[in-house]
Design a protein around this ligand. Structure first.
Ligand SMILES: Cc1cc2nc3c(=O)[nH]c(=O)nc-3n(C[C@H](O)[C@H](O)[C@H](O)COP(=O)(O)O)c2cc1C
Length: 202
């Protein structure tokens, strides 16, 4: 089947778009408002977009509290979501008033960044400390502003829980990430395997 996205006439119970662009990693975005309030929310429009320097992005569908905070302070963190923290991650996505601290709501420790004044999940297997480089409101193909706001951040510090380091690597299988699919679906990772590039020796 084929459908154009203007009519969006896919004929299915739900739009498959996000199930097709999947799995997506979840950035658990920690931020702090100018008033000192702490915020934690999951974003699956999240990814690494560069490594020299290290850059990540997340996209806010509408103007949400995390976006407000990063615009106010210019910093944020992105914590790693392990399966063991699934319920806490979900709890932190609740639509609560701006002042309400989702770390407390989800029973998580808000650890403060070493290089940025933003909180990250103390229980997380890993976390990135980021400085905002750009906030971009996406335009559609006619050049009209949409309500999707992409925050780009340069990663200035990285926390890795000592227990997650095996043989000199971040042991992703042990860290057990959960990823966002379409609909209300999630998945973990399957067996990790190695594939060398053409011509690559080691
Ligand atoms: C797994 C997961 C992924 C999500 N990804 C996004 C996303 O990429 N963009 C977005 O705007 N909202 C996303 N949400 C919804 C936000 O987490 C939710 O609206 C939250 O209340 C926003 O919090 P804030 O206003 O404190 O930033 C996601 C929710 C879940 C559970």
């Amino acid at each position: 089947m084929f459908y154009d996205t203007e009519s969006n006439a896919h004929g299915m119970a739900h739009d498959p778009f996000k199930a097709i662009v999947a799995p997506r990693p979840i950035g658990w975005i920690g931020s702090k408002g100018r008033d000192g309030s702490l915020n934690l929310s999951p974003y699956s429009f999240f990814n690494a977009v560069g490594d020299r320097p290290k850059m990540v992005m997340f996209s806010s569908s509408g103007r949400k509290d995390s976006l407000r905070n990063v615009e106010e302070t210019g910093v944020f963190t992105a914590s790693f979501v392990s399966r063991s923290l699934l319920d806490q991650m979900n709890a932190s996505s609740a639509a609560v008033p701006y002042e309400e601290d989702e770390f407390a709501l989800a029973g998580l420790t808000a650890a403060m960044g070493q290089l940025v004044d933003a909180p990250y999940v103390g229980q997380a297997a890993a976390a990135l400390e980021c400085r905002v480089t750009k906030v971009l409101t996406l335009q559609d193909m006619e050049g009209n502003a949409t309500d999707s706001h992409v925050v780009f951040g340069q990663v200035v510090g990285i926390h890795v829980a000592d227990a997650m380091i095996r043989d000199g690597r971040f042991d992703l299988a042990f860290a057990d990430p959960i990823m966002r699919l379409g609909y209300m679906d999630y998945a973990g990772i399957g067996p990790v395997f190695e594939l060398k590039r053409p011509g690559q020796r080691s």
